[in-house]
Design a protein around this ligand. Sequence first.
Ligand code: BGC
Length: 839
Amino acid sequence: MRTLKVRTYTGTKDPAVTQRELDNRALARLAAAEGFVLLKNEKNLLPLAEGSSVALYGIGAGKTIKGGTGSGDVNERDSVTIYQGMMDAGFAVTTEDWIREYDARYEAARMEWRDGILERTEGMEGSVGFFEVYSTTPFVMPEAAPVTKTEAEVAVYVLSRIAGEGADRYAAAGDYYLTEAEHEMLASICTLYPHVVVAVNAGGLVDLSFLDEFPQIEVLLHILQPGMEGGHAFADVLLGHSVPCGKLVDTWAFGYKDYPSSANFSHNNGNVDKEYYEDGIYVGYRYFDTFDVPVRYGFGYGLSYTTFKVKGTMGEIDPQRATVMASVTNTGAAFSGKEVVQVYVTCPAGKLAKEYRRLVGFAKTDLLAPGESQTLQAEVPLGLLASYDEAAPGWILEAGDYVFWVGSSLAEAKPVGVVRLDETAVLSETRNICPLQEELHEIQPEAAAMEAKRAALAETIKNAGLPVLYLYKKNLPYEKVNYHPNRELVPAAARAWTETLSDEELIALATGDPAKGQGSNLGSAGISVPGSAGETNDCCLEKGLASIVLADGPAGLRLNRFYNVHEDKIVWVPFQFALEGGIFCPGLAEQLPGDRYYQYCTAIPVGTLLAQTWDTALIRKIGQMIGGEMQLFNTTLWLAPGMNIHRNPLCGRNFEYYSEDPLVAGRMAAAMTDGVQSVPGCGTTIKHFACNNQEDNRMGVDSILSERALREIYLKGFEIAVREAQPMSIMTSYNLINGVHAANNADTCTNAVRNEWGFRGVIMTDWCTTLNGPDCTAAGCMRAGNDLVMPGEMIDRENLEKEFAEGSLSRDDLVACVARLVNIIWQSNMYEGAEAYNK
Ligand code: BGC
């Protein structure tokens, strides 16, 4: 017997800072510092001495960008800018006047930007239109005043960029490239100051060719968008209180055009309707490493204030996994530090062309004192060595040599041993999914060049006398996936209960809660917990079924900072109330009647920065912290983590996502899920499933790709997260995959996720997916196994009623979807005595 919790207003009436906020800020600060990547530190300029004089410049000095815009934003109490962080740490900042002057320009430009948006959206109903205008009109930061010499010897220049959902970035000045004014400013700084530090405060990559032009820049630090404690973390690293230990999770090419998807990506070729994934499996370092294209900073790279020696050795092998060891020694004299060890594999060429190397494991040391050593061990499931053979169809291990590499980055990795397989083996026999609807030309490396590379590698291995371990096909596991229709993949108890519901109740439960007017509200439709993204229908409350609250993600829990209660009702405010610190609703906060409740949440660093820690234990802790805030604010599902692949640096949402590599993305999402779901009744929603790699025309773009690339690159991270951590929920993406909307796609939702990976949770749509024409409908979602249409609109309900009446939607399909939702709701924190989500 489950007892519903009595809902209370969330938050505190007292606006004072709580101990929870303080503790969580400390963790956000630690995570930021551990995720920064030190890319250059000539003459060991860093760390700086306590109390140093520093000339601080750049937009991000006093206006540090803590995170991206849109649903990925978080309404924290306040954020620490770099200027603030440095002042708190005792630096003598010599450019206070310059910073103050820039603040004034910034505020004026922001008001102008706001007024433009308000003018264009006047009279619009709901929030979809507003959001469209807002997200496609990014704020352009104004130019700064010229730089003059101050008495400091060291200058710090913070290069900032904003991006967010709904729009991609541009390979243009002011975005990927410096503006003329920025370029000039950097030139003056490099002339005026003998020592220059540049910090990149952007959601993703930017052009770094200025490093070639200005060799005076001695330090480059990639701080991404570091969350509310970024300024403190920055000072921690500058002073060496925190020793850099992050590593890149994306390849930083010499030029934008070096990325293989650049010519066609999004608006670059004028076609935002169709995105041809001609790069196939050659995404990120897989491309650069295979095609021998030189890079500026490679995958897995990052410096420390100390140095490490990494010595990898091949361990044992069994039919499930290979074990690899690495002994790591801090060889420096002055600093303790942490090192990340990475394991890569070169798979044999055979029937299928392969990338030269792929990441198959990683581990991070503890804090090692000078001279101290630690031995790390990485277990590599052999499934990670498999490739997808569309003809089989299935996952195969081809006969031949699998060369294992170990090192502190892709470039530093050294071969440590070989696993030799006697015959090609099928590990898992599957069905084909998401067939191509049109021709696609994928790039392929030149066979002769690849052969030469492999021959040279074989020679190295022979000369080094590296161990060869033997693996036999006959010992390997084999699985033939049994495919069941959507309606059969339902937990029995939830199905039995759900079957007792009326048709009306089923339809209501499948479509959010239109009656609450959350319908066309993008992003902030929740009613019970103000600022949450939505909630499920409460039509069965009297039958004991809770209505659960869903809130964004991924840079923390996105709720309104505060709300008012008047005559025992929450005072309604428009969606844009909390956006951008409330600037779109000036004066409204002061006018709200009633008592005020505060719900300050922690703004953690953006996803990419978290991934740069390569520290799954730390990510798990952060997940647990977020779970704690969810518990406090009556939220069951966190609409996070985001885990799409960084296919191209210009995707507007890259900051929310982890990496160009599916193993990094998958392991991070699994760790985050583990953490959140260790808190009773809380769950994650991994998103956006799948191939959401472009934001322009995000609801209409068709991602056209081979099944092999889909499975090896774009689904792989999701597969790892599901298999390792069993998230409570998955959110489908807006885009189409080979002509079928991700939300209406039975191949991905039912065949891959449930039949192949064993997912037991609930699948929901992204917000308002079904409002975009007849190709993506609520009934289509139910048939595909996408259980819940969010936030739920009257047209969704009408569509279900119509198709149900016409017989194109069966009651069995509907029951299956609703039963999966019910099963999650039953395990939610909306019941007394809920337990950690049952894996
Ligand atoms: C975003 C989702 C988000 C949802 C609810 C959508 O616009 O794409 O990532 O979770 O809104 O806020």
